[in-house]
Design a binder for this molecule. Structure first.
Ligand code: CMC
Length: 362
C-alpha cells in the first residue's frame, strides 16, 4: 500500500468561505477574486465578507469598523501576562499563550462577537510584545485609525504612510483565507470537540508558526541575505538543491502554477520598491530558482508562493523579520474564525483513522 502521509487530496469539509484552485491559480473569497478585493477594499470590509457572507454597505461598514476598533484594548489578564512573560520569548509563542489565556472567557458555541474581539486584539498583543522586547513603552490603539493603519501605528508610534497602509492592507486581505491549510484545519479540529474559539485559534497559531507554513517569509529574507547579489544566485541555489534543501517561498501543496497571491503581491511591492536593489535581487532569484527547480525536481511544478513576496512587501514597509509570521497571523485570524463559525453550523467531531503498521501480539 502507498505510504499514507499529509492527508494529500483528502476533502475534510465543505465550505462557502474560500476556494483555492491550484491548477488554474485562482483564489476566490465568497464569490469574489481575492486579488481584486485586496486592492479595492479595506481589511474590515473583507472580514465582514468572510464572517457575515456579504460585503458591507456604507452604513454597515461604518458600524462594523467601529465595533472592531472598540475591541482593540488588551484585557487586563492579557496585559498582566505580557508584562510578566520573558522578553526573549518569540512573538508567536507570546501570541499563542495570550490567546490560550483568553479561552477562559470564551465558550462554545463560537459567535461573531468572539471573532471580532479576537481579531481586534491580535495586533495589539503583537505590538505590545514587540515593543516590550525592544524595551519601549506600549502605544495604546488609536480608534480613529483603520485596523491596518492602527497596527502600524501601535508598532512604531508614528502615523503610517498611506502607501504603506495600502500595501499592508493588500497583504492582510490576501493572507486572510486559504481553504483547508494546516492552521485552519487545526482550528476546525479543536473546535469540533465543542471546545471554544480562543482554544481553536491558539492551536492554529501553533500550526502557523512552523517554517513549512507561516514561518517561511523570515526564511526567505535569510535566503536572499545569504545569496547577497545576483552573481551568486545560481551557484547558491544549485548548492542548496544539491544538498536536498527546500527553497523557502517556493512550492505549494495545492498550487501547481504560480500562487495568485504571489502574483498580486509582486505588483503591490513593485509599486513600493522601484529601484530597490533588494527587490531587484528577489526578482532575479525567483527567475533563477524556478528554472533550477525544474531541472532538479522535474515535473513537480514548483513556483513562488505567497511567502516569497510577503517577505518583500514587509521589508518594503520596514517591518522587521520577527514580525513577519505574527503579521500573517493578524491576517489569517479572520479566516480561522470564519471557518470556526462555519464548523459550528455543521459540527461533527473530526475523528480520522490510522493504519496500524506495528507488530501484532504473538
Ligand atoms: N524546494 C525544493 N524542493 C521542493 C520544495 C521547495 N520549496 N517544495 C517541494 N519540493 C520538492 C520535494 O522535495 C519533493 O521532491 P521529491 O518528490 O523529489 O521528494 C516534491 O517537491 C514534492 O514535495 P512535497 O513535500 O510532497 O510537497 P508538499 O505538498 O508536502 O509541501 C510545502 C508543500 C509548501 C510544505 C513545500 O513546497 C515546502 O516545503 N515549501 C517551502 C516552504 C514554504 O515556502 N512554505 C510556505 C507555503 S505557502 C503558505 C502556506 O500556505 O502556508
Amino acid at each position: 500500500m502507498a505510504k499514507v502521509t499529509g492527508l494529500d487530496g483528502i476533502v475534510a469539509a465543505e465550505t462557502d468561505i474560500g476556494h483555492v484552485d491550484g491548477e488554474n491559480g485562482h483564489l476566490i473569497y465568497r464569490g469574489y477574486w481575492a486579488k481584486e478585493l485586496a486592492v479595492h477594499y479595506e481589511y474590515e470590509e473583507i472580514a465582514h465578507l468572510l464572517w457575515v457572507g456579504k460585503l458591507p454597505d456604507a452604513s454597515e461598514k461604518q458600524q462594523f469598523t467601529a465595533r472592531l476598533a472598540s475591541s482593540r484594548e488588551l484585557p487586563l489578564t492579557v496585559r498582566r501576562l505580557l508584562d510578566n512573560i520573558p522578553r526573549e520569548m518569540p512573538i508567536m509563542s507570546v501570541l499563542q499563550t495570550a490567546i490560550a489565556l483568553l479561552s477562559g472567557e470564551f465558550s462554545w458555541p463560537p459567535t461573531l462577537e468572539q471573532a471580532i474581539s479576537l481579531t481586534a486584539v491580535v495586533p495589539t498583543i503583537i505590538a505590545y510584545s514587540y515593543r516590550s522586547q525592544l524595551g519601549l513603552a506600549p502605544i495604546e490603539p488609536d480608534n480613529q485609525l483603520s485596523h491596518t493603519a492602527n497596527y502600524l501605528y501601535m508598532l512604531t508610534g508614528k502615523q503610517p504612510e498611506p502607501a504603506h497602509i495600502k500595501a499592508l492592507n493588500a497583504y492582510l486581505i490576501l493572507g486572510m483565507e486559504h481553504g483547508m491549510n494546516a492552521s485552519t484545519f487545526a482550528a476546525r479540529v479543536v473546535l469540533s470537540t465543542q471546545s471554544d474559539m480562543a482554544s481553536a485559534v491558539s492551536a492554529a497559531v501553533g500550526a502557523m508558526k512552523g517554517p513549512l507554513h507561516g514561518g517561511a517569509p523570515t526564511e526567505v529574507i535569510a535566503m536572499l541575505d545569504a545569496i547577497g547579489n545576483k552573481e551568486h544566485a545560481e551557484a547558491w541555489i544549485r548548492q542548496a538543491l544539491e544538498r536536498g534543501d527546500r527553497l523557502m517561498g517556493f512550492g505549494h501543496r495545492i498550487y501547481k502554477t504560480r500562487d495568485p497571491r504571489a502574483e498580486a503581491l509582486r505588483h503591490v511591492t513593485e509599486a513600493l520598491s522601484s529601484n530597490d536593489p533588494w527587490f531587484d535581487l528577489a526578482i532575479h532569484v525567483e527567475k533563477t530558482a524556478i528554472a533550477l527547480l525544474e531541472e532538479y525536481k522535474p515535473g513537480r511544478r514548483l513556483y513562488t508562493n505567497v511567502e516569497f513576496f510577503a517577505a518583500s512587501i514587509m521589508r518594503a514597509i520596514a517591518l522587521p523579520s520577527e514580525l513577519f509570521t505574527p503579521t500573517f497571523t493578524a491576517a489569517r485570524v479572520v479566516g480561522w474564525s470564519a471557518h470556526l463559525l462555519e464548523q459550528a453550523q455543521v459540527n461533527r467531531i473530526f475523528r480520522p483513522q490510522s493504519v496500524y503498521t506495528g507488530p501484532m501480539p504473538e
